[in-house]
Design a protein around this ligand. Structure first.
Ligand code: FDP
Length: 336
């Protein structure tokens, strides 16, 4: 076994393959890794320090903010507040983008994040993740962000589970690093991961089924039917954290769904386009998977507003193709 490949080494070696690179993106990714370690250490002692629980505030979508949502957001905002790498950041927890001043005014990048995805898992020591997306700064205004996900320069997530993982892509495959706590470094564990074309699990909150469309309902029923030649029935695997479920799917295949839900007034579903859907779609596509609303490729969509949501199905190509058929109303018919 050779020397372990640290995240920094991997990023710097990747940078050398792009002679025009300035090194700024590399520094930015390394800073995200440091922010991930800081958030991980806050999570590890949250029960002891009594930092679990509600912050007593709501985010722009009217959702309860936990103290650790706010803390993770603050850590990420602080992370880019020096060095002129990032012009502004936008966060699921902030109504407006946070603009950096001074040498950052003309910085090359904007960073978007969901500081702690899967908030309902915070108080029960369940899986959580920080999702990030890096985009080029254009005018330095919000309009820079109201653009398709294909413009992301890099994206990924830091997963807080039994191990802390850093998963990212800059368009050259998706790579997985695990934090070795004994040395405080992320080490490469999987380079250029490829997900299975078809899996055996599906992740969806079936408690909300009453508000789904007929297509969504019949697709999930289809997954549950027994039919060995087509690999069914699927098993339910829903953790309450999209990033945790998507990470499982990267390894095992399968599908995560958050459909439009008419019963709770979520006509566009729950999942944010910029902070969750675009970055996870970028990673999953790089691993051979797909992300779709049922009628459109997620990465092709541009939001009208910063906090727009979309219905999403994300996972293996076999599952997403079938989901699109059900959305068009032809899935059941084709099965005869
Ligand atoms: P959360 O709001 O708890 O941060 O997108 C947000 C998300 O979690 C996903 O991570 C998760 O899959 C989903 O919402 C959970 O929502 P439900 O409670 O409606 O199932």
């Amino acid at each position: 076994m050779g020397a372990p490949v640290t995240l920094d080494r991997f990023i710097l070696e990747g940078q050398r393959a792009h002679p025009a690179a300035t090194g700024e993106l590399s520094l930015l990714l390394m800073r995200l890794a440091v922010a991930g370690k800081r958030i991980a250490s806050e999570l590890a002692v949250a029960d002891i320090r009594r930092t679990h629980g509600s912050a007593g505030t709501e985010n722009v979508q009217g959702e309860e903010q936990k103290k650790l949502d706010v803390r993770a957001n603050d850590i990420l905002v602080e992370t880019f507040d020096y060095g002129g790498l990032v012009s502004f950041v936008a966060s699921e927890e902030l109504e407006e983008p946070h603009v950096y001043r001074g040498d950052a005014t003309n910085a090359r990048y904007a960073v978007l994040f969901d500081p702690l995805d899967g908030s309902s898992n915070i108080d029960v020591n369940g899986t959580l993740g920080t999702i990030f997306s890096i985009r080029p700064r254009r005018d330095g205004t919000e309009a820079d962000l109201l653009r398709p996900g294909t413009e992301q320069v890099a994206a990924g997530y830091i997963l807080f589970g039994p191990a802390v993982l850093f998963v990212y892509t800059s368009g050259d495959g998706a790579h997985v690093f695990a934090l070795d706590p004994s040395i405080g470094e992320f080490l490469l564990v999987r380079r250029g991961i490829r997900m299975p074309r078809q899996g055996r699990g599906y992740a969806v909150n079936e408690g909300r089924r009453a508000g789904w469309s007929d297509g969504d309902r019949s697709y999930v029923e289809y997954l549950k039917q027994r039919d060995e030649p087509t690999g069914r029935p699927y098993s339910t695997r829903y953790s309450g954290s999209m990033v945790g479920d998507v990470h499982r799917i990267l390894g095992e295949g399968g599908v995560y769904l958050y459909p439009a839900d008419a019963s709770s007034g979520r006509a566009s579903g729950k999942i944010r386009l910029l902070y969750e859907s675009h970055p996870l779609a970028f990673v999953v596509e790089q691993a051979g998977g797909r992300a779709s609303t049922g009628t459109a490729r997620v990465l092709d969509l541009a939001p009208k507003k910063l906090h727009d949501r979309i219905p999403i199905a994300i996972g293996g190509p076999v599952e997403i193709e079938m989901y699109e058929r059900f959305t068009r109303g032809v899935g059941a018919a084709e099965r005869g």
